[in-house]
Structure formats: C-alpha cells, structure tokens
Design a protein around this ligand. Structure first.
Ligand SMILES: *Cc1c(COP(=O)(O)O)cnc(C)c1O
Length: 401
C-alpha cells in the first residue's frame, strides 16, 4: 500500500533517467516520450545547458523569499516583458497559481477603478485551469467542482468558438474573458483565430480584460512563442507555466502595466514564487527557447506531425475520427470503442510510447519541443502498429465468437 493520497490512477512504471526524447525505466526499457511530463519537459530530458545551470546554481543561493530583491527573477521578468505583450510579471510555482493571480489581477483592477461589483468572468466549457478552489470554479467542470463545498462565485460558462454566445453573456458586471487559445485537457480544441480576434474586439468595446491561459499552449508549443500571436492580438493578462521551467516548478502571470498597477504591496504574494533557483532555471530554459531557429523548428515539426497524422487518418479512417490542435499540442479523436485511457496504456506497455489522453476521447501529442521528424515517424508508426493490433484482436474475437 502506498503512503500517498490516491488522487492519481498511476501506472507502476517508474523511470531512472532521461536523454532528450527518451525516458529509461528502472528495468532499462527505453520509452519514446510524447508526453513530456504533460507539456513540461519542453527541452526533453537532461538538456546539457539546463543540467550545467542547475549544478552551478546548487552551490549558490536557492531561496531568499520575495522580501529581498532576486536578480534572476528581475532578469527573467524583463526578458518575458521584452518578448511579449506584457509590462509586468508575477512569478508562481504552478499553472493554477498563475491563473489565481490572473483572476485576482483582473478583479482588483476594477476594484481599484471604483467598480468593485465588476468581478464576473466569462469562461468556457471544456476548459481546464488547475485544481485549486478558484481554478476549478473558473473552469466549471462539474466533475472537479462537486463535493468541495460552494464554488467560488463569479464565473459564467459558455461553449467556446461561438462569438454570439459571448456577446449574449456579457453583463455590466463582466470584468474579463478567460480562455485557453488551445484547450489542452478538455480535448485539444484550438480556437479559431477569427474567434480570438472577436474576443479581443468585444473586450475593447466593453472595457473588459482578455485573460489567456497559455499554461499548456504557450512557450513555443504551437510554433509561436505564445499562441495569441497566431491571431495577431494581445491579451491584457496571461498565465504561463508548464514549459517555462523545463521540469522545475515555475509559473508566471503576465500583465499589461496599467492592469497590474493596482497590485501593490499587500494584495498578493508567494513564499517560493520566483525564487533564485527556479528563476535561474527559467532563464536557462528561455536561453534555449529564444535561440534563433528554436521556435521555427517547433513550427516545422508541428507541420510535419500534422502531415503524418493525416497519413495515419487515411490509413485508419475508422480509428482516427478527427485531427485537432496546433503545432506540437496536437490530438487525434479516436473512435469511441477504443477508450483513450486503455489505448495510452497499450502504447506504453506494448509499444514503449508515452502519451497522454485528453477529454472527448482524444489522444494527445505533447512531445518535447526538440523532437525531430524521425521521432514523429517513430511515434506515428507505433500508433499505427497499435491500431493494427487492435484490429487483429478484433478479427480473432470475431472468428472465435
Ligand atoms: C496544467 C494546466 C493548468 C494548471 O497547472 P498546474 O501547474 O497543474 O497547477 C492550468 N491551465 C492549463 C491550460 C493547464 O494545462
């Protein structure tokens, strides 16, 4: 019996080392990692620059708290400002905390403007924003909210990708729209660029804030540094995490200067958030992500992945119902009779391919951003082999039945 909470339906598989896109289990079996710790290991495993940085940092200051100036945090914040829409950054340890900060920033902005009743946020079905009390209320997934007492008030949920529904949901109390440009957990649903532009226009028209959750789709994953760039728009606030620390727990809430300016001493804080060790690693991750050609490589690999998935769909039209996502946050909706949870277990155990499922029976591709086309071919080949094996088993059952 494990001493741990039973919150995760864990596989017994445990890993000892990682090398790039490979994870090596305790028994020596090598796995192809198209899971990347749920989009966290953007640079794969044991990236030499990250390893060197961590070893050096280990001998310096790990933690001081935000009572003191943290030069590595100042530097990472400035670099994020220099490369995004934002003027101001708050560092956290996770994605959920980045969303919490985004919600507090949006609401407090209107409070400080003398509009304290303007706290309602329009959010979307199929979204995922984390597991804190605030973020489960924000996403509104009934499975995650039920049993935990009254949910945090002030969220309205509508279906995404329909601008008329958003218009109809706006009231005098609406302060913000909160959305993932590409929904990850919910089923790898990419928002249309026209829709994102429409949301921006509605926010401008009604004086509301556009809050993006780029915890999963940001940091290069879709082939731009942030997914909002595809739509040619800018948010007012954005939550970032997952890839930003390359495996070290780190998150950030980015905001425009006028939006963040009411967040003065006493309004928010975190003991660990943005500590020297985390931000040293964060700077090293950013060194790699901003290297010339890095994001262009992701973009190319995203296109190659799409092409290979189209081929797979042509070969197995019964199994591949729909292709979804953007760049290296991709998904295939597989036919209902193949439950994605069983399918990822099969890929893992029979084909040594690590993948994650998502809502709506979607098989999710979240490889490290450093993958090559050969890795893509290998992964798609393994998936094809798994489909073929299921088909063969089905035929056998048919014959014996
Ligand atoms: C993972 C995720 C979160 C929550 O991040 P944690 O680090 O698990 O708290 C929030 N939003 C999105 C879109 C995510 O994918």
């Amino acid at each position: 019996m494990s001493a741990l909470y039973g919150t995760y339906a864990r596989s017994p598989l445990a890993f000892e080392r990682g090398e790039g896109v490979r994870l090596i289990a305790q028994d020596g079996t090598r796995y192809l990692d198209f899971h990347a710790g749920i989009a966290v290991n953007a640079l794969g495993h044991a990236d030499p620059h990250l390893v060197r940085t961590l070893k050096d940092a280990a001998e310096k200051v790990w933690h001081t708290s935000n009572v003191f100036t943290i030069p590595e945090q100042e530097r990472l914040g400035q670099r994020l400002v220099d490369n995004t829409f934002a003027d101001s950054v708050f560092f956290t340890n996770s994605g959920a905390e980045a969303i919490e900060c985004a919600i507090k920033t949006a609401r407090h902005h209107f409070f400080a403007k003398g509009e304290p009743d303007r706290y309602e946020i329009i959010a979307f079905t199929g979204s995922f924003h984390g597991r804190t009390m605030g973020t489960i209320a924000a996403a509104g997934n009934p499975h995650y909210v039920e049993g935990f007492g009254p949910p945090l008030a002030g969220f309205t949920h509508i279906k995404p990708n329909d601008i008329k529904l958003v218009e109809a949901a706006i009231t005098s109390r609406t302060c913000a729209i909160l959305i993932e440009p590409v929904q990850g957990e919910g089923g790898v649903t990419a928002m249309d660029v026209e829709y994102l532009r429409g949301l921006r226009a509605l926010c401008d028209k009604h004086g509301m804030l556009l809050v993006l959750d780029e915890v999963q789709c940001g940091y290069g994953r879709t082939g731009k540094f942030f997914a909002y760039e595809w739509a040619g728009i800018e948010p007012d606030i954005m939550a970032v995490a997952k890839g930003i620390g390359g495996g070290f727990p780190l998150g950030a809430c980015l905001a425009k200067g006028d939006v963040a300016k009411s967040m003065v001493p006493g309004t928010h804080g975190s003991t660990y958030g943005g500590n020297p060790l985390a931000c040293t690693i964060g700077n090293a991750v950013l060194d790699r992500v901003l290297e010339p050609g890095f994001i262009e490589h992701v973009n190319q690999m995203g296109q190659r992945l799409r092409w290979h998935l189209q081929q797979l769909q042509q070969r197995y039209p019964d199994y591949v119902v729909e292709l979804r996502g953007k760049g290296l946050l991709a998904g295939i909706k597989i036919k209902d009779s193949v439950v994605v949870r069983d399918f990822t277990a099969r890929l893992r155990d029979d084909h040594q391919l690590l993948m994650q499922g998502a809502g709506d029976n979607v098989l999710r591709f979240l490889p490290p951003l450093i993958i090559t086309e050969a890795d893509i071919e290998e992964a798609v080949g393994k998936i094809a082999d798994a489909f073929a094996a299921i088909e063969a088993e089905g035929d056998k059952e048919h014959v014996t039945a």
